[in-house]
Design a protein around this ligand. Structure first.
Ligand code: AGP
Length: 607
């Protein structure tokens, strides 16, 4: 979603702001703009469309060493230059950028219009700038604090005033804002990728906190003007990790990184001597883990699918009731928090609003909520009661790939830990560890045969509808396969339990509706083969995902993608990777913008 960058320092601000916005592109956006201050003049440039439009509009010799920039993902008002950020107050003295949604903007706007103000844009954000202008009495920080007392909703705001050169003020309430501390320069960003080229020292603002920064100083306070002491954190990501290397797209890079990223998620956490896993970040004693009677996994999108896979695993191995729920649904149904239950909030970004708000609601009810996150220092891991970092490294492509398999890894480790405290024997624990440790190399073997998937994608990419079918622990993999295909190729795809098609979706089957059918060598294999025959009987093309050497499947399916033979528990990893490749190559074949698909944002920070 929208991205923010701010800069104060000795260097020309414009190129730094544009470069910062480039780093934020992955979040998803439809327009961009910057405002640079120089000799008590604020220079504003905003452009609809890709960053290239903005880059071309910014003069090479633009003067000014402090400024703000923004990539907008439209919520209020259409996509055009005027609605893009930054926004000025009524007389152009103040400029602001805003992430989030102002819920009472209509009432505020009407009141200001009654007072004679004329708005330029249709956005909720412009109201902040106008209000700020009316409350300004020579001190931007105080004016912003007064403004925040009136605003309702979520915001990360950065403001600048033409008469306070070299000063930026930032405030956070529900939308992330990070301060970057450089050498005689300071940055503000909606995430750390925007500032990684300049500094690795950061401070994460919490809700209700304000920062005033100049090139050489910063001061953090709350809305009542009390000083707040903040810890300086260190970003562990390297700049190279957010580069594309020789890959065409970040998504391609991230798919091919999976042997390493899965390994990183398990490294140092498996204990062969005790045939268990160590997850110190859970902050739970063995006794507390032993008392757990119910586990709930809360997430959105791909992270939800990872949670769904884990429910099969945890229930089977640990014999503890376990369920997954969409965060957006859980939050508004007044959930019942049972004694001895634990919750996991699963989120790659750690900033997804639906998941964050569900987590807070659960915590209000007294639940223990653990996070499974990738981005260190994001809001969910900061506010959770403990958790596991998945250490995938930055995931830039909108379509989540390596984070999914690393989330699975973390959840598999947790399943092992809690199962070993119950019925799982030492020997069974070792078998499980062997199976999990084999996954990175098995994934590598699948990736080595990517050309076969590419050829199939070329053959099928022009179909208008697809079905993705799986059963048991691979049913969520079918859902995730369908999600991957639709989000980046815009082809309509539905994920179903293979058993369920006879209850309705089989009506969709015809010669031009291909089905991808997941058929691992597990207890449900025969049943899925029967489901596949039902499709073939209706002339539906079938691409089967099967285990190497499965001749029965090859005899029925039109095409087969093979994965290595493995322990039945780990097939979700192995089946997912070809589905990621299939979606990726279909999108390439159709000429889609793979990393930034239309209408989508990487980190969905609004409800
Ligand atoms: C994944 O491909 C999607 N872009 C999306 O479903 C994503 O998984 C979802 O928005 C949740 O994001 P999170 O893991 O950062 O919370």
């Amino acid at each position: 979603m929208c991205g923010i960058i701010g800069y104060c320092g000795p260097k020309p601000a414009a190129p730094i702001l544009v470069e910062g916005l480039k780093r934020l592109e992955y979040r998803g956006y439809d327009s961009a703009g910057i405002c640079v201050g120089n000799e008590r003049v604020l220079q504003l440039i905003k452009k609809k469309g890709k960053l290239q439009e903005l880059r071309q509009a910014v003069p090479a010799d633009m003067l000014g060493t402090y400024g703000i920039g923004h990539t907008r993902w439209a919520t209020h008002g259409e996509v055009n230059d005027t609605n893009a950020h930054p926004h000025f107050d009524a007389d152009g003295s103040i400029a602001i950028v805003h992430n989030g949604i102002i819920e009472n903007y209509n009432a505020l706007r009407e009141k200001l219009e009654d007072e004679g103000f004329i708005f330029r844009s249709e956005t909720d954000s412009e109201v902040i700038a106008f209000l700020l202008g009316t409350l300004y009495e020579g001190d931007l920080e105080q004016a912003l604090k007064r403004t925040c007392r009136i605003l309702k909703g979520t915001y990360g705001i950065v403001a600048m005033h033409k008469d306070e050169p070299g000063v930026l003020i930032g405030v956070r309430n529900g939308s992330p804002l990070v301060l970057g501390i450089g050498e005689h320069e300071m940055l503000l960003g909606s995430d750390v990728t925007a500032m990684l080229a300049h500094t690795k020292q950061v401070i994460y603002l919490e809700d209700g906190e304000v920062v005033r920064l100049t090139a050489d100083s910063y001061r953090t306070t709350d809305l009542r003007d009390r000083d707040v002491d903040k810890k300086v954190d260190y970003i562990t990501w390297e700049l190279e990790e957010i580069e594309k290397d020789n890959h065409r797209y970040y998504m391609e890079k991230e798919i091919f990184e999976q042997p390493e990223s899965i390994l990183r998620a398990m490294q140092g956490r498996l204990d062969r001597d005790s045939a268990t896993a160590h997850l110190g970040g859970l902050n739970m004693t063995n006794r507390e883990l032993l008392e757990v009677e119910r586990i709930k996994l809360v997430a959105a999108g791909t992270s939800y699918h990872a949670g769904m896979v884990a429910t099969y695993l945890i229930e089977s191995l640990a014999r503890i009731p376990c369920s997954a729920e969409l965060a957006s649904e859980l939050r508004y149904r007044n959930p019942i928090v049972e004694r001895n239950s634990i919750y996991f909030a699963i989120s790659q970004s750690g900033e997804t609003a639906d998941t964050l708000y569900a987590m807070r609601e659960l915590q209000r009810k007294g639940a223990r909520v653990l996070g499974i996150c990738n981005v260190v220092g994001a809001t969910i891991p900061r506010e959770s009661d403990g958790g596991v970092y998945i250490h995938s490294g930055p995931e830039i492509a909108v379509a989540s790939t390596k984070a999914f398999t690393s989330q699975l890894t973390a959840l598999y480790l947790f399943a092992l830990l809690i199962a070993r405290m119950r019925d799982m024997s030492y020997e069974q624990g070792l078998v499980f560890i062997d199976a999990l440790e084999a996954v990175p190399e098995q994934v590598r073997a699948i990736l080595d045969r990517h050309a076969e998937v590419e050829a199939l994608a070329k053959k099928y990419a022009h179909a208008e509808d697809f079905l993705f079918l799986g059963r048991g622990i691979n049913y969520p993999v079918a859902l995730e396969g369908a999600l991957k295909l639709k989000e980046i190729s815009y082809i309509h795809a539905e994920g179903y339990s293979a058993a369920e098609i006879k209850h309705g979706p089989i009506a969709l089957i015809n010669e031009s509706t291909p089905s991808l059918v997941i058929i691992p060598d597990d207890g449900l294999r025969e049943k899925v083969i029967s489901n596949m025959k039902e499709i073939k009987a209706r002339k539906g093309p079938v691409i089967a995902l099967a285990v190497e050497g499965d001749r029965d499947v090859a005899a029925i399916a039109d095409d087969v993608i093979y994965v290595p033979r493995a322990h039945e528990w780990v097939y979700p990893f192995l089946m997912m990777v070809p589905l990621q490749l299939f979606a990726y190559y279909c999108a390439l074949e159709l000429g889609r913008d793979v990393d930034q698909p239309r209408n989508l944002a990487k980190s969905v920070t609004v409800e």
